[in-house]
Design a protein around this ligand. Structure first.
Ligand SMILES: Nc1ncnc2c1ncn2[C@@H]1O[C@H](COP(=O)(O)OP(=O)(O)OP(=O)(O)O)[C@@H](O)[C@H]1O
Ligand SMILES: [Mg+2]
Length: 454
């Protein structure tokens, strides 16, 4: 039993589909053949019964006026004309000659009008026959028999023919079932082959080939979804590779500077005090930069927000807190914050959201001239805008500012690695918000982000 269950589980889909198709078609073929056989048999027997009824009526009409008597037909060989006899209800009125057709109590009852007419299968002179016993006027019954072996033979032949047709039909169904399963599952076979090839080669650029002008069905749409998924996978693999390449490229410069300073300090005895101090300060600054960059990279490489840390965050309070922190970092800048959100909350990770807002505030303060105000506003519909009065972002830089490591040429003199906005956009996306940059009317940069309250 268990082995059977295991076989059922292991049996490939193609076999199961072929079996299902075969069973369905075979069932229909068998059903149709059985129905045809039943109808043919019924028609043949019915024809015989009609003949018997006609003959009985004829005999009854001929004997209407005469007293009950026994008629003997050509019963020896039961050829047409049919074999007939008349049987009285009273056995005392029986003729002297013996009856040629079998009689019993039921025959007498029909003669007495106590029983309805009936058909019987009998054997006369070694032949199969069908006999009708029916009422033939007061006190007598007429019995008519006709040979039925030809009918039986016809029924048998019809049965054999139908069995042959059914067998052929089942064989054909099996062939068709196999063919249907094979052609129907061809895309699945292609899909499996591609999946196996990808697993073996780890090449996400492979795709399932769909024949040109293919029909839209569940399987092709599965193949298309699979291709789309492969496309996403390829992109994400490429993005990861790019990130690693960019990161190693970007880390090279500060690491070289670090090494230079470290080598310099290794020969500290040959340096003056001020040279040593400069080298130490440079080393510390570069170490901080590299640490910051590595941390940013790790955050960027993490894609989704960890679910356990998600909570309802009051956005107004969070931005307020970030603005306070920015005031501490950037004493020369002035921050103005307007909160119209009325304490509304969004689901999110507070630390990451704070990172996002701080990145925007840091940029605004970094790129603004000293004393220029940074205007932060949280609208009632939870749209957060950060606007500064600095040089703004040149139109040719706008499409790229959210790319990793991208810094406009004007910004190269300022500290930074170009990861801040990439991270900000990633955090925004993870929170279901779109972060965009634009030129503020009247100069400066304007960053805009709309959250969905849930
Ligand atoms: N408020 C702004 N005004 C003008 N230019 C900006 C502003 N914010 C960003 N940019 C431009 O977009 C670039 C990318 O910003 P991003 O925050 O990603 O990097 P960064 O500030 O240079 O470095 P990091 O944030 O990693 O320290 C900046 O180098 C700058 O050219
Ligand atoms: Mg920045």
């Amino acid at each position: 039993m268990r082995a059977h269950a295991r076989w059922r589980r292991r049996r490939p889909l193609r076999t199961r589909l072929a079996l299902a198709c075969t069973a369905a078609v075979a069932l229909v073929v068998l059903g149709v053949c059985a129905a045809a056989y039943t109808i043919i048999r019924y028609e043949l027997v019915h024809q015989l019964d009609l003949n018997l009824t006609q003959q009985a009526t004829l005999v009854r009409q001929q004997n209407r006026t005469e007293p009950p008597q026994v008629l003997h037909g050509e019963c020896a060989y039961l050829a047409a004309p049919p074999c007939t006899q008349i049987v009285p209800a009273d056995p005392a009125a029986d003729p002297a000659a013996p009856y040629v057709l079998p009689i019993n109590r039921a025959t007498r009852e029909v003669a007495a009008g106590e029983r309805r007419a009936f058909y019987t299968k009998i054997t006369v002179g070694g032949r199969q026959a069908r006999m009708l016993t029916t009422y033939a006027g007061p006190g007598k019954a007429v019995q008519v028999a006709l040979r039925s072996d030809t009918v039986d033979q016809g029924v048998r032949q019809a049965g054999e023919l139908m069995a042959a047709v059914a067998a052929t039909g089942v064989l054909l169904a099996a062939g068709l079932g196999y063919a249907v399963a094979r052609t129907g599952l061809a895309p699945v076979a292609r899909l499996t082959a591609t999946a196996k090839r990808i697993a073996a080669t780890r090449d996400a650029s492979l795709r399932i080939e769909l024949p040109p002008g293919h029909r839209e069905d569940e399987l092709t749409s599965l193949a298309e979804s699979f291709n789309t998924m492969l496309g996403e996978l390829e992109q994400s693999v490429a993005a990861q590779r790019r990130l690693v390449a960019d990161a190693s490229h970007e880390l090279r410069t500060p690491l070289t500077a670090l090494r230079t300073n470290a080598e310099l300090l290794a020969r500290a005895d040959r340096l003056t005090d001020s040279q040593r101090e400069r080298a130490t300060a440079g080393l510390q600054r570069q170490l901080r930069e590299v640490t910051g960059m590595v941390n940013d990279l790790i955050e960027l490489a993490r894609d989704e927000e960890p679910l356990p840390l998600v909570e309802q965050v009051p956005l107004g309070a969070l931005v307020e807190h970030c603005v306070g922190a920015a005031r501490g970092h950037w004493p020369t800048a002035t921050f103005a914050f307007v909160d119209l959100a009325d304490g509304r909350t969004i689901p999110g990770v507070p630390a990451r959201l704070a990172r996002l807002v701080s990145n925007l505030l840091d940029n605004a303060a970094k790129f603004s001239p000293p004393g220029a105000p940074v205007e932060v506003m949280l609208a009632a519909d939870l749209e957060l805008t950060v606007r500064d009065h600095g040089p703004g972002i040149a139109p040719e830089d706008l499409p790229y500012v959210f790319d990793r490591f991208y810094r406009a040429s004007a910004a190269r003199a300022l500290p930074g690695s170009g990861l801040g906005l990439a991270m900000a956009r990633q955090i925004a996306k993870a929170h279901g918000a779109a972060l965009t940059a634009e030129a503020a009317p009247g100069g400066g940069a304007l960053f805009r982000m709309r959250f969905e309250a849930r």
